[in-house]
Design a protein around this ligand. Structure first.
Ligand SMILES: Nc1ncnc2c1ncn2[C@@H]1O[C@H](COP(=O)(O)OP(=O)(O)OP(=O)(O)O)[C@@H](O)[C@H]1O
Length: 591
């Protein structure tokens, strides 16, 4: 299912510090809003799903958000984020005050009320809460006596996850109030000329819902409520050196957010074709964590907060333009409903406990925190971006058909499930082709039984080797393009199929050490023929640029073409001997 991000606007009431006011500066008529530029000679017009005028109450704003919350109960990941210039009312809208609570407390309250009403279902509610300060992630639920800084890692499922994140089960309103209050107070704020209590960080509070109904149907929903730090003009804020440093980090991450939205708009204009479009999610921690909300699987709602006053005229137009661009982004909504009685890839039921740390290396694909098995905590489920590459030749019409079918499937990225399916399809093709060459009569392929955590049970050694080979090939492409984290992820996935493979283990260690800055980036020891044609732009010895994938990087879709090329595949599969990847032909170069 594909759906645009909705956009609401809220204008905050004017105050003395806003300076000169122009009654006609911001005009709202229904869901239409127009804003005058600073010179007063040009008016910009926009239309959104909802425009709240300066007299809107917290209740009004929440009323229009409720339908989105209903979706979370149906297993859809949802993200609400407040955007706008510093002092425009983002924190007021998301957090509010004790007397006039904002969206976060209202949402939790509504969830707890609904939990009480659903007497026939078991409902578990928990939260995580992080801030991103100067491009570092801190766990706001962590104790002041222990380090709160957290890493973002890529899970084996291709999701950006926060390591060792704390999940706080919420059992009552009173408990939430205390925990939320303590955590919010530890968020970094400071006084600037534009806002006496300006948030210096982006804050993301995530609410996880786990519902089991009487028929055993399980629904996992996630609501991600994000209060972005405001964009800042240091001439207006009067920032000192430290504030300037924070301001620079805030503005950089917001610029990246804008670049991501721009890139997604280009994808949209190309009819959803992401080929050749670089989406810079990795350029900031903020966009890594919001990846699910932007072009991912989440239902998104952007609330654009506007400050009245002539000095904000340009910011107002920028904010509205950002809202307009964000609205055009299409997400592919997830559905985290399943039958609890069936074998599932989803994590097991969490134990009830007051505070939970998780520290492991795999992440659930839903918004639900996994307490039942080791897991990295997902803040934002995401999908890996793949870039189909133009091919010079495809052998046979069957190859063309498969290539076309795959091309249609290459959207903005791949979920773990899609990646698995694609790998399985390629492996099946490769094996079928190899067998066809070796045996006159083709034996039917044994169906693969998937282990809940992705390991294939009952797979032949040959099939495991072939799967590893396909994954390694894609890992090499990512490594070549400079995406070391993505490559590492896939090398590890390949290793699961050929545990003990020394070369693969060495490659994994090299990349890990390189990511930690201990070793230089490892060089690839061979080149595939598909890399040869773009020698001029890409070289295994070229300096790594982690933020950009060169136009020549391969995709799994492309690998499927290779799988259709029977002469190569037959040769390569024949040469494959017990984990000896160096013996594989040019279609699968040694790592
Ligand atoms: N709708 C509103 N009604 C009444 N007061 C508001 C409203 N919106 C904002 N304010 C007030 O305006 C001031 C600035 O708002 P707030 O701190 O929410 O801005 P912000 O966008 O989060 O700023 P920053 O990016 O600097 O953190 C606060 O004193 C807040 O209480």
């Amino acid at each position: 299912m594909s759906k645009s991000i909705a956009c609401h606007v809220r204008v905050r009431p004017g105050k003395e510090a806003d300076g000169k006011m122009n009654e006609e500066g911001i005009v709202i008529e229904g869901n239409k809003i127009s804003a005058m530029n600073g010179q007063g000679d040009k008016r910009y017009h926009f239309e959104f799903e909802k425009c709240h005028a300066a007299d809107s109450t917290q209740d009004d704003v929440f009323d229009h958000v409720k339908p989105l919350l209903d979706r979370a109960w149906k297993g859809v990941n949802t993200t609400i984020f407040a955007y706008g210039v510093t002092g425009a009312g983002k924190t007021h809208t998301m957090q509010g005050t004790k007397q006039d609570p904002g969206l976060i407390p209202r949402t939790v309250n509504a969830i707890l009320n609904r939990q009480a009403e659903l007497s026939t279902s078991t409902v578990e509610v928990s939260i995580s809460y992080v801030e991103i300060l100067k491009d570092e992630v801190y766990d706001l639920l962590g104790s002041a006596n222990e380090p709160r800084k957290r890493d973002i890692r890529m899970s084996t499922g291709g999701q950006n996850v926060v390591a060792d994140l704390i999940y706080q089960p919420i059992t009552s309103w009173e408990q939430f109030e205390v925990d939320y209050d303590v955590a919010s107070k530890s968020r970094k704020t400071a006084s600037t000329k534009l806002n006496s209590s300006s948030s210096r960080s982006h804050a993301i509070l995530t609410i996880y819902l786990h519902v089991v109904d009487e028929a055993g149907k399980v629904t996992d929903g996630k609501i991600c409520l994000t209060d972005l730090a405001g964009s800042e003009n240091n001439n207006l804020t009067g920032n000192d050196k430290e504030r300037m440093r924070e301001s620079s980090a805030i503005n950089t991450s917001l610029t990246t957010l804008g670049k991501v939205v721009d890139a997604l708009n280009v994808v949209q204009q190309k009819g959803g074709d992401a080929s050749g479009v670089f989406i810079p999610y990795r350029e900031s921690k903020l966009t890594r964590l919001l990846q699910d909300a932007l072009g991912g699987t989440s239902q998104g709602l952007l609330i654009c907060c506007l400050a009245p006053g002539e000095k904000f005229a340009r910011d107002t137009i920028n904010t509205l333009q950002f809202g307009k661009k964000s609205k055009a982004v299409e997400n592919r909504l997830n559905d985290n409903r399943r039958d609890s009685r069936r074998l599932s890839v989803l994590p097991t039921k969490p134990r009830a406990s007051l505070r939970v740390h998780t520290d492991s290396s795999t992440a659930p694909t839903t918004g639900r925190p996994s307490l039942g098995r080791p897991a990295l905590a997902p803040i934002a489920a995401n999908t890996r971006q793949v870039k189909p590459q133009p091919r010079t030749s495809i052998a046979g019409s069957a190859g063309k058909k498969a290539a076309l079918a795959l091309k249609e499937n290459v959207g903005l990225g791949l979920t773990e499930e899609q990646l698995e399916k694609r790998i399985q399809k390629i492996v099946t093709q490769e094996m079928a082709n190899a067998r066809e060459k070796e045996r006159p009569v083709e034996a039917p392929l044994k169906p693969v039984v998937e282990h809940p955590f992705g390991e294939a049970v009952g797979m032949s050694d040959e099939e495991k080797d072939t799967r590893a080979k396909v994954i390694v090939k894609h890992a090499r492409s990512l490594q070549q393009s400079g995406d070391l984290e993505g490559a590492l992820d896939l090398y590890k996935k390949a290793y699961d199929y050929v545990p003990g493979n020394q070369k693969l283990a060495t490659r994994i260690a090299e990349i890990q050490l390189s990511l930690e800055g201990i070793l230089p980036p490892p060089e690839l020891s061979g080149r595939s023929r598909h890399h040869d044609h773009d020698k001029s732009t890409t070289s295994s010895k070229a300096p790594l640029k982690r933020s950009r994938a060169p136009a020549g990087s391969t995709s799994l879709a492309e690998l499927s073409y290779e799988a259709e090329d029977e002469s190569d595949v037959g040769a390569s599969v024949k040469k494959m001997k017990n984990n000896d990847y160096t013996a594989i032909s040019m279609t699968s170069p040694p790592f």
